[in-house]
Design a protein around this ligand. Structure first.
Ligand SMILES: [Zn+2]
Length: 277
């Protein structure tokens, strides 16, 4: 770790508060040299991210209480916006850096005995300083499910009241303790829309580091069709046909979001079925 830190090739990802440094019209992540970040490097609390383009990479936390540094090199921006426009490997790197920085900040004290904790393993874990406790803490990932529920040629989409007007998306929610992801899909669909779901099939996943979720995407088959907004989380939910979605009857989520990927998968599945017929 010491030689990686001292090497000329080492690069540092600054995280100011919870924002990431980028520059350019088509934004790129700004990676800094040791010399540039030196005032902010705390060698006892390193956060090693692994190798990025064959160079050792570290995250460097910078307090939001300070004025944003490196103004001549770029601008700090929210990952929520950047995640969709940075090159994929840079988006992964800054998401990793930001997630670990936020995790370290939230784990300063042991949750069992209240003693201070210290970073270990290049900042990939922490340990309680109390030798009688010595609890080890690891970064958490919280699973969430997101699902497109289909009923033949109709699919179920809903909207929350604070979303942009006309935008509809797939059903989603957090997995509860002791629950399988398939049961989480069934519970969320029922709680939000009163729809009973039978077969649940895994499709794909997407990290959602706000602060530490992983979205697990599913395709599911409905067993009932009467919508009731049981828990009030959604303002509206409806069945939409493929034709309605192709004709842009409603707004759909961003193209690179997993929600949109699930919707597009379902629309294209219809095309494949029609061609076979
Ligand atoms: Zn402890």
């Amino acid at each position: 770790m010491a030689s990686a830190l001292a090497s000329d090739g080492a690069r540092f990802v600054p995280i100011w508060g919870d924002q990431c440094l980028v520059s350019g019209q088509l934004p790129e992540a700004v990676l800094l040299t040791r010399r540039q970040v030196d005032p902010y490097v705390d060698e006892d609390n390193l956060i090693f991210l692994g190798l990025f383009r064959d160079r050792p990479a570290f995250a460097v936390p910078i307090s939001k209480a300070l004025d944003a540094p490196f103004g001549q090199l770029g601008e700090f921006q929210s990952l929520r916006h950047l995640g969709t426009i940075l090159p994929a490997d840079e988006a992964n790197l800054v998401a990793h850096a930001r997630a670990l920085v936020l995790w370290h900040r939230s784990q300063v004290y042991c949750g069992i005995c209240g003693s201070a904790t210290v970073a270990e393993a290049g900042g990939n874990s922490r340990r309680c300083r109390n030798p009688d406790c010595a609890r080890e803490l690891f970064p958490r990932t919280d699973p969430a499910v997101i699902v497109i529920v289909a009923d033949g040629d109709r699919c179920l989409l809903g909207r929350q009241s604070n979303w942009p007007e006309g935008l509809y998306s797939t059903i989603a929610g957090f997995v509860e303790p002791g629950e399988s992801v398939e049961d989480a899909v069934r519970r969320e669909a029922f709680e939000e829309t009163n729809i009973r779901v039978g077969k649940v099939t895994y499709h794909s996943s997407q990290p959602w580091p706000f602060p530490s979720s992983l979205m697990l995407g599913f395709v599911a088959e409905a067993e009932t069709s009467d919508i009731v907004l049981n828990d009030g989380e959604l303002e509206d939910a409806r069945w939409f046909t493929r034709e309605e979605l192709r004709n842009k009857a409603v707004g759909l989520p961003f193209r690179i979001s997993i929600a949109r990927r699930l919707v597009d998968h379902w629309i294209n599945q219809g095309k494949a079925t029609a061609e076979c017929a």
